[in-house]
Design a protein around this ligand. Structure first.
Ligand code: NAI
Length: 287
């Protein structure tokens, strides 16, 4: 396997592409607009320079960056792919449309993985004529720092696809947990979402984000505050994940505050404002 296709150049897609390029793969990133792709390449370049200065990568940032190309033409990019990682918005219809187009354009034997947080792999795989090749490969934000993926087996995923995906995860330096049950939220998000929504509810009740985050960092020993993680992941992602989980009968309540924040454009780090203010390409909150 040489060519990795990453679909979606957002919060996750650009980080996943970076990790794959660092591991030596040729990476093509697809998105719907050139400006999204340009932003992604800028962020990857910034991050690679930082990793280079800390001696966390073996090559020059420029040499790694040379292995990444971008396009808005999914059909053309699909023809060259050996391994696909889909990381577009958390919307079943959008993801299914992409998998259908992949099915029509990719060669035989290509693995179709999805970074979905909640949508059943079996559901996504039904858009293709090769559900045995479809699998969940769920990264955590940021993929350059969190060296864990969940590998999720859909009802029709073949053993061969699972084994090849495990191998692939190892080649990009990831440990994995294999999730054999294709349940909403898989393993980590079943827990995460409840933690996120509880913290957001506390803000609605009048607690300050700094109070909640200081408490969990210093009393519970979490590496980041909960609302800091929400800002980092995207307030809109919490909205999508909550609604996808609700559609699948999971007992979780949507938050009015999340909806208001989305209307105001307070999406977290990606828009410069969420529960906290953010400056620059990346900005960690100091609490
Ligand atoms: P995002 O909103 O930052 O990026 C999504 C990207 O997909 C955007 O650039 C958008 O233009 C692009 N896109 C939308 N429709 C497309 C199409 N038809 N073809 C190509 N590109 C298209 O979202 P984010 O946060 O990167 O999430 C992506 C996926 O990863 C979602 O399924 C999400 O649930 C999952 N995820 C998100 C995490 C996070 O912390 N944000 C963590 C783990 C998984």
């Amino acid at each position: 396997m040489k060519n990795v296709l990453v679909i979606g150049a957002g919060t996750m897609g650009h980080g996943i592409a970076e990790v794959c390029a660092i591991a030596g793969y040729n990476v093509t990133i697809v998105d719907i607009k050139d400006e999204f792709l340009e932003k992604a390449v800028k962020k990857i370049g910034w991050s690679l320079k930082k990793l280079e200065s800390k001696k966390k990568i073996k090559e020059n940032a420029e040499d790694v960056l040379k292995r990444i190309k971008t396009t808005t033409n999914l059909e053309e990019a699909a023809k060259e792919a050996d391994f696909v990682i889909e990381a577009v918005i958390e919307d079943t219809d959008v993801k299914k449309d992409i998998f259908k187009r992949l099915d029509e354009n990719c060669k035989e034997g290509v693995i179709f993985s999805t970074n979905t947080s909640t949508i059943p792999i079996t559901d996504i795989s039904s858009a293709t004529r090769r559900p045995e090749s479809v699998i969940g490969l769920h990264f955590f934000n940021p993929p350059t720092l969190i060296k864990l993926v969940e590998i999720i087996r859909g009802e029709r995923t073949s053993d061969e696809t699972v084994e090849k995906t495990k191998e692939f995860a190892k080649t990009i330096g990831m440990d994995y947990v294999l999730v054999e049950k294709d349940v909403p939220g898989f393993l980590v998000n079943r827990i995460n979402l409840r933690v996120f929504t509880e913290a957001i509810r506390m803000v609605e009740e009048g607690f300050k984000p700094e109070e909640i985050d200081s408490a969990v960092k210093y009393r519970l020993g979490l590496p980041m505050g909960i609302l800091e993680v929400v800002d980092f992941s995207g307030v809109d992602i919490v909205f999508y994940v909550t609604h996808e989980m609700m559609k699948r009968g999971v007992n979780v309540k949507p938050s009015k505050l999340v909806e208001e924040m989305i209307k105001e454009g307070r999406l977290g780090m990606k828009s410069g404002r969420g529960f906290y203010e953010h400056k620059g390409v990346y900005h960690r909150v100091k609490i």
